[in-house]
Write a protein that binds this ligand. Structure first.
Ligand code: RTP
Ligand code: MG
Length: 142
């Protein structure tokens, strides 16, 4: 079916610990599904330090890196694989809004619901290459 045809255009999407703690998984996933994109894999889990560090390797050495790793491993996150047409990662990024909620547009997840740059509710892959890398990191058995 359609989901199978879309398998090459999967992206990695995660509701971060603040989203889970605030009870916003349903609201966030509702917004994703409203676009027509499909959740093809999902799990609530605590991220281990090695997975977190591999995920955020591009930020190693930055002043917020330590805080970022301890935040993302602090309590359960909701990790997902989302499938859709070409450029699915970009559709999801637009829905998320800018990294800093203060700059995120109304109508976006971060613009409507997030409060700070460190607690910005969601993560989505920022390119097709990132999507492949991040899906392999979080879902090694496929
Ligand atoms: P993410 O990777 O979590 O989806 O967020 P993003 O692409 O929009 O932003 P990115 O530049 O990849 O940064 C990753 C996460 O690090 C935190 N951050 N803090 N204090 C700061 O200046 C700062 N900058 C980034 C944010 O929580 C961001 O989501
Ligand atoms: Mg990023």
């Amino acid at each position: 079916g359609l989901v199978n045809l879309w398998a090459m255009n999967s992206t990695f999407f995660m509701c971060k610990p603040d989203a889970v703690e605030r009870g916003l998984i349903g609201e966030i996933i509702r917004r994703i599904e409203a676009t027509g994109l499909k959740i093809v894999r999902a799990e609530l889990r605590v991220v281990d330090e090695a997975t977190a560090k591999a995920h955020y390797a591009e930020h190693e050495g930055k002043p917020f890196f330590g805080e970022l790793i301890s935040f993302i491993t602090s309590s359960p996150v909701f990790v997902t694989e989302i499938s859709g047409p070409d450029g699915t990662w970009e559709i999801v990024r637009k829905l998320m809004g800018k990294t800093n909620p203060a700059e995120a547009a109304p109508g976006t997840i971060r613009g409507d619901l997030a409060t700070s740059i460190s607690a910005n509710l969601v993560h989505g892959s920022d390119s097709a290459d990132s999507a492949r890398r991040e899906l392999a990191n979080f879902f090694p058995v496929r």
